[in-house]
Design a protein around this ligand. Structure first.
Ligand code: B12
Ligand code: SF4
Ligand code: SF4
Length: 282
């Protein structure tokens, strides 16, 4: 099957970019993971992080997609809180829907594959770099030359080899806008993220130290909005919430927010985040 047929179909299905990679074990990241203090919700198995064959032993090629989302500069009024721009809907579902259709297309040609996105633990950004979809910026995110970094990554590990797409030869250069913008000094001068300081992690971590969350209830997008590779739109109401929005029973919460990406946090963690923000506002 030709790469272009798959690329075309993925774009028709809603993907914003498609790349092909040769699988390899990311041996150079082993030591970074060995020294890592994992957050409670992270997948701590190092082998699964760096080794695609742990997910699908027959892997001979990778088809990776990016799915973009908007970025919004939501200036808030009193008593309003927001979720990060990436979390309007559960992106895992959207990415996996596209991957499911691509899998069927490949299956029609007798090509087997396994779909991964985020939760399985293989390092998604590294896979996308191998597929020629971008470079890793100082804020540790994948930056696509045209799409920037406001997107999500998913891919198929296939039992068929594809000629890899050429790597992206770009970098952040002397820019340091994200470093200056980050309220938690979580981005290291030399590159790489101190994930234990990152606000996005704190909003999701039940064991985080009490801190001001910059009015975020879930995630953070400040370093994405600071990045010259990204476009930022004005306010989008759908990201904005009030405390009353979470005064619900457990069941009501599930019914109302089932499809939101933040639903997995549960009502109590969202309430805790509101409380931390409120205390700072006083
Ligand atoms: C755990 C996790 C988090 C944690 C920790 C992130 C981290 N970077 O450590 C927290 C909760 C903080 C987080 C936050 C966010 N995340 Co997250 N996260 C993940 C997850 C599940 C694993 C990432 C991971 O463990 N990496 C391991 C470490 C070693 O990698 P790393 O820190 O990125 O390090 C790389 C480089 O920075 C570099 N590096 C590391 N140390 C050093 C040191 C030096 C000196 C240098 C030069 C380089 C360097 O090498 C590594 C390999 O490339 C991935 C999904 C996946 N399966 O990959 C999503 C993922 C990375 N997250 C994603 C997103 C969207 C976000 C948020 C934007 C969500 C939000 N709006 O709040 C924020 C962005 C924060 C940020 N600036 O990165 C997307 C990123 C898409 C993209 N464009 O890159 C992913 C890929 C999920 C997906 N499939 O879409 N995330
Ligand atoms: S997501 Fe927020 S806290 Fe985390 S590195 Fe970016 S700006 Fe800093
Ligand atoms: S803001 Fe500048 S330094 Fe940070 S990721 Fe974007 S280009 Fe790189």
């Amino acid at each position: 099957m030709k790469k272009e047929v798959i690329r075309q179909r993925a774009l028709e299905l809603g993907a914003d970019a498609v790349g092909f990679a040769r699988p390899r074990i990311f041996e150079e990241i082993r030591s970074v993971l060995e020294e890592r203090e994992f957050l409670p919700f992270e997948q701590p198995d190092i082998e699964r992080g760096i080794n695609p064959y742990k997910h699908y032993p027959d892997t001979k090629g990778i088809v990776s997609i990016l799915l973009s989302h908007g970025l919004y500069n939501n200036k808030l009024s009193e008593g309003e809180y927001k979720v990060a721009s990436s979390s309007l809907v559960d992106y895992h579902r959207e990415v996996r829907n596209i991957l499911r259709e691509l899998r069927l297309l490949l299956l029609g040609e007798g090509i087997q594959s396994v779909a991964l996105c985020d939760t399985e633990g293989l390092l998604d950004k590294q896979v996308a770099v191998e597929a020629g979809l971008g470079f890793i910026g100082k804020n540790s995110l994948l930056i696509h030359p045209q799409l920037g970094s406001a997107h999500h990554i998913g891919y198929l590990l296939t039992d068929t080899f594809w000629e890899p797409d050429p790597p992206v030869d770009l970098s952040c250069g002397l820019c340091r806008k994200c470093i200056d913008a980050c309220p938690k000094e979580a981005i290291r001068e030399e590159g790489g993220l101190n994930h234990l300081r990152c606000l996005s992690g704190a909003t999701q971590n039940r064991k985080a130290q009490k801190q001001y969350l910059e009015h975020f209830l879930y995630g953070c997008d400040i370093c994405l909005r600071a990045c010259p590779y990204n476009k930022v739109e004005k306010r989008e109401e759908a990201f904005i919430y009030k405390e009353e929005d979470f005064l619900l029973s457990h069941r009501e919460f599930q019914l109302q927010y089932e499809k939101k990406e933040f639903a997995w946090l549960g009502r109590n963690l969202l309430k805790r985040n509101i409380q931390w923000n409120k205390e700072e506002d006083r």
